[in-house]
Unconditional design. Structure first.
Ligand code: FAD
Ligand code: NAP
Length: 529
C-alpha cells in the first residue's frame, strides 16, 4: 500500500499578520502555488498588503466615528490603510483628493503635505505625522500585491482653476442676504463672473476659494508681536504674509514648540504639553494663533520664526448653487457665515466672512473648480430625483433644478428643504414657489426646526410622506443628501431605511441592504461637510 506523504507545510504568511487561521491557510496555499522557488516569508506589513487584495473593506470610512475608533479598526493594516483611517472620512475633496487617494498619495510619496485634511484638523495631521515616520522603516510591499503607489492624482496642475494647486482669478459680482427678519443665521447668495478666467463646471461640482484673513485681526497680531507691519518676511511685508499666506485659526503644534523654546519654567512645560496635543489648562480648543500670543504674553517671537511656525492658509470649498447650462459664465454659492465668540473675542470663519464682508464687487478672488466624485445628476434625464438639503444643503439642488430646466430634462424633481424658521430662513422662496407653479419642482416638502415647540427636521417630513418616497424609489428615483455630515446625513439615511422597511415591506436588515445597494448603484449620493 502506498502511503501518501502530505506536502511540506509552507508558511509564507507570518503568524503575526492580521488574518484568521482559515485566511492564513488559504493565502499560504495560494502563494505556495504561485512561487515555485523556495518562498521567503512575507513581513507583517507585506502580509497585510496581501490581505487587502482579499478583503479591501474600509470599516473606518464613517465620518461620525472618532479617530481613536477608526485607528483601532485599522490596526494591523498596511500603512496606507492606517493613513486613510486617520483622515476625516468625508471624501469632501478639500485636500484635492478623496480620503483613500490622499492616503495612497502620501504612502506612495507623491504627496508630501500631511496637513491637507481640513475636517480632520490637528488630530489627523498629528496621526499622519507619526504614521509617516513609520513609512521609511517599513519594507516595500511585494510587487504583485503592492499598494497602488500612483494614487489618483489631483486634477492636472497645469490648467488654471482646475485644482487647488493652480487657482484662477474670478470676478466677485455681489452678495444678497438670504435670511430675513430676526433670523439667527447669516447666509449669503454669492455671485461670481467666470467669463474672464474661462472656467466652466457641471452641477454637483464645488468651488474652491482662497480667502484673505481679516486686516484688523492681522494688525492685532502684529501689535502683539511688537513688530512693524512693514517688516520683510519671504520677500513680502509681514502684513501681506499674514493676510494671504498663513492660517491664523487653530494654533499649530509648531507654534507651541516655538513658544517652548522662547520661554522657561512652567510656561515652557505648558507650551511643550500643548505641542504634544495635551491640554494642561483645558483651553486648547480655544487657542487660535492670537490667543497663543495672549496666553504666552511674555514671548515675542521674531516675525520670521513666527511665520515659519504657522500653517499655510488653506482654501475652502462651497457647493456650486448655479448651473453653467442655465447661466454660462456665471457661478453662485450659498454660504453660511461662521461667527462666534470665545472669551469675549469675536472669531471669524475665514472664507465665509471673507465672502460676506471683505470683498467688493469687481474684486478678483483666487478660485478653482473641484470636480465632484459621485455626486451628479443622473445621465438619463428621465430619472426622477429626490433631493434632501436642509440649510445650505440646498445649494447643489438649486443647481440641479436650474440645470434640469435649462436642458429640458423631463424627470420628476422632489426637494426636501428645511431650516430654522419659515418666516426668515426660507432661502430662494420665490424662486422655489415659481418652480413649483411651473411644474419643474414636482414636490416641495418643507421642515422648520424652530417654528414649533418641538424640533421638526427634514427626515420627520420624509417619514410623514414615506409611502410616496417609497413609490418614487420603486420607480427608480435617485436620492441625494447635502449638508451637515456629522448628524443630519446619518439621520436622514436612517429615515430612508425606515421608509424602505415600512413601505417596501422589508425587515430592517433587508432595508439596510436595499439602501446600501442604492449607494453601490450610484442611486444614493451624498455631498456632506
Ligand atoms: C464639499 C464641500 C462643500 C461645502 N459647501 C458649502 C456650502 O454650500 N455652503 C456653506 O456655507 N459651507 C459649505 N461648506 C463648508 C465650507 O467649506 C467651510 O467649511 C465653512 O464655510 C466654514 O469655513 P470658514 O473658512 O468660514 O470658517 P473656518 O475659518 O474654517 O472656521 C470654521 C471652524 O470654526 C470653528 N467654529 C465654528 N463655529 C464655532 C463655534 N460656535 N464655537 C467654536 N468653534 C466654532 C470650528 O472649529 C470650525 O471648524 C462645504 C464644505 C465642503 C467640504
Ligand atoms: N462650526 C462651524 O463651522 C459651523 C457653523 C454653522 C454651520 N456649520 C456647518 O455648516 C453647514 C451648514 O450649516 P447651515 O447653515 O446650512 O445649517 P445647519 O446649521 O446645518 O441647519 C440647517 C437645518 O438643519 C437642522 N438640523 C440640525 N440637526 C439636524 C439633524 N440631525 N437632522 C436634520 N436636520 C438637522 C437645523 O435645525 P436646528 O439648528 O434648529 O437644530 C436647521 O433647521 C452644516 O454642516 C453645519 O454643521 C458649521
Amino acid at each position: 500500500m502506498n502511503q501518501i506523504t502530505p506536502p511540506p507545510k509552507i508558511e509564507i504568511i507570518p503568524s503575526s499578520a492580521p488574518f484568521s487561521e482559515a485566511q492564513r491557510s488559504w493565502l499560504n496555499g495560494f502563494f505556495a502555488g504561485l512561487l515555485s522557488d523556495a518562498p521567503t516569508p512575507l513581513s507583517a506589513e507585506q502580509g497585510a498588503a496581501v490581505m487587502e487584495e482579499v478583503d479591501d473593506g474600509a470599516p473606518w470610512h464613517d465620518q461620525t466615528m472618532p479617530i481613536s475608533d477608526r485607528m483601532k479598526l485599522a490596526e494591523g493594516r498596511p500603512l496606507r490603510r492606517r493613513m486613510m483611517a486617520a483622515m476625516a472620512q468625508q471624501d469632501c475633496g478639500q485636500c484635492g483628493y478623496n480620503c483613500n487617494d490622499y492616503s495612497d498619495a502620501i504612502a506612495g510619496k507623491s504627496e508630501a503635505r500631511l496637513n491637507l485634511c481640513v475636517p480632520g484638523g490637528k488630530e489627523t495631521a498629528r496621526m499622519l505625522k507619526s504614521l509617516y515616520e513609520e513609512l521609511d522603516k517599513a519594507p516595500a510591499a511585494p510587487a504583485a500585491v503592492a499598494a497602488p503607489a500612483a494614487a489618483a492624482a489631483p486634477a492636472a496642475v497645469g490648467e488654471p482653476g482646475r485644482s487647488r494647486d493652480n487657482p484662477a482669478p474670478a470676478k466677485f459680482l455681489g452678495r444678497t442676504l438670504l435670511n430675513k427678519g430676526k433670523s439667527e443665521k447669516e447666509t449669503w447668495h454669492i455671485d461670481f463672473d467666470l467669463s474672464g478666467c474661462g472656467l466652466d463646471y457641471v452641477v454637483g461640482d464645488s468651488f474652491g476659494i482662497f480667502a484673505r484673513n481679516d486686516l484688523g485681526h492681522v494688525d492685532q497680531i502684529i501689535a502683539l508681536l511688537g513688530a512693524s507691519h512693514m517688516t520683510k518676511v519671504r520677500d513680502k511685508t509681514l502684513r501681506e504674509v499674514l493676510l494671504d499666506d498663513v492660517s491664523l485659526a487653530p494654533a499649530p503644534d509648531s507654534l507651541f514648540e516655538l513658544v517652548s523654546y522662547l520661554t522657561g519654567g512652567a510656561q515652557r512645560e505648558k507650551a511643550r504639553a500643548l505641542a504634544q496635543g495635551e491640554d494642561p489648562d483645558g483651553d486648547a480648543a480655544t487657542l487660535d494663533v492670537m490667543a497663543v500670543l495672549q496666553k504666552f504674553s511674555n514671548v515675542r517671537p521674531h516675525p520670521e520664526a513666527f511665520i515659519e511656525a504657522l500653517e499655510p492658509l488653506q482654501p475652502r470649498l462651497y457647493s456650486i448653487s448655479s448651473s453653467h447650462n442655465a447661466t454660462p459664465g456665471k457661478l453662485s454659492l450659498t454660504v453660511d457665515c461662521v461667527r462666534y465668540v470665545i472669551n469675549k473675542r469675536k472669531r471669524l470663519g475665514l472664507a465665509s466672512t471673507f465672502l460676506a464682508e471683505r470683498i467688493n464687487p469687481g474684486d478678483e478672488v483666487k478660485v478653482y473648480v473641484q470636480k465632484a466624485h459621485g455626486f451628479a445628476l443622473p445621465e438619463d434625464p428621465k430619472i426622477p430625483i429626490i433631493m434632501i438639503g436642509p440649510g445650505t444643503g440646498i445649494a447643489p439642488f438649486r443647481a440641479f433644478l436650474h440645470d434640469r430646466r435649462a436642458t429640458g430634462a423631463p424627470g420628476k424633481n422632489w426637494l426636501f428643504f428645511g431650516h430654522q424658521r419659515s418666516d426668515c430662513d426660507f432661502f430662494y422662496q420665490d424662486e422655489l414657489n415659481a418652480m413649483k407653479t411651473s411644474g419643474l419642482l414636482t414636490r416641495l416638502s418643507l421642515a422648520w426646526s424652530r417654528d414649533g415647540d418641538k424640533k421638526f427636521y427634514v427626515q420627520d417630513r420624509m417619514r410623514e410622506v414615506g409611502r410616496e418616497v417609497w413609490t418614487w424609489l420603486a420607480e427608480g428615483a435617485n436620492v441625494y443628501i447635502c449638508g451637515d455630515a456629522k448628524r443630519m446625513a446619518k439621520d436622514v439615511e436612517r429615515a430612508l431605511v425606515d421608509i424602505v422597511a415600512q413601505f417596501g415591506a422589508r425587515s430592517t436588515d433587508e432595508a439596510v441592504l436595499f439602501v446600501a445597494e442604492l449607494k453601490k448603484k450610484g442611486r444614493f449620493q451624498q455631498d456632506v461637510y
